[in-house]
Design a protein around this ligand. Sequence first.
Ligand code: ATP
Length: 286
Amino acid sequence: NRRPAANSVVRPDFKFEDMGIGGLDKEFSDIFRRAFASRIFPPGLAEKIGIQHVRGILLYGPPGTGKTLIARQIGKMLNAREPKVINGPEVLNKFVGQSEENIRKLFADAEQEQREKGDESGLHIIIFDELDAVCKQRGSGAGGGTGVGDSVVNQLLTKLDGVDQLNNILLIGMTNRKDMIDEALLRSGRLEVHMEISLPDEAGRAQIIKIHTNKMLENNIMGGDVNVQELARLTRNFSGAEINGLVKSASSFAMQRHIKVGTVAAIDDSIKDMKVEMQDFLRALD
Ligand code: ATP
């Protein structure tokens, strides 16, 4: 039961529908083609062809559109170990004065494994959320003029394509503001694959609604009158996170309708036949 090498995709059985991500099939297969196709081949082949594995990707777009979901699923798809997650403001606040050291630590396990196992090393994923907080144009004073932002960018560049270059690393940066990110970080060999994750269209929203109402449906709590297509039409400009919020809110309206003030037994009784109905979704939308 050998652990997968850094440059092999080991989850050919991976299915989008198992991932709980709606409306992003096209984006996901684009990322796959652009960033991971080279990892399907046996270790060493990419080097023989003369290409290098993609070591960094940038997911950008409005809040709540599923960037974090995708980043985590990429890790599972590539059968990498649990990703390390770090976020920009945390680096600035918590690590002031030692930010370089902390960035170095993030990469330490990958470095050690690459030293010990070379091509056979497992893949290490680092998810860097709110990257814009630290990686604004260098010299812009990001990090409150402390220079922390600059040193973090320099450190990331060194790890991605500098002298300490690592092959067994995938850095996934995320931001709502691609325009704020230091250009140097976005070049080839660095965060080189850029993928916009935008608000879902109607079909995507329908998929997301189905994902978030799946449990209700399974447990026979969804009212027969709930019209997913109509809800998808009514939720124009909603993000996935907002759709999730809508479902939660509809559920609490349904609970409110069913819970009558009284004894616990009375509550249990009324809950038995509780349904989340279209009216609850419409109230939640309101
Ligand atoms: P931010 O930019 O604010 O960090 P994000 O793009 O990383 O946001 P996520 O954290 O991935 O957004 O999404 C938040 C929650 O919204 C998810 O846990 C999920 O419940 C829901 N969600 C967002 N997008 C989708 C989607 N495409 N399919 C299913 N659920 C989604």
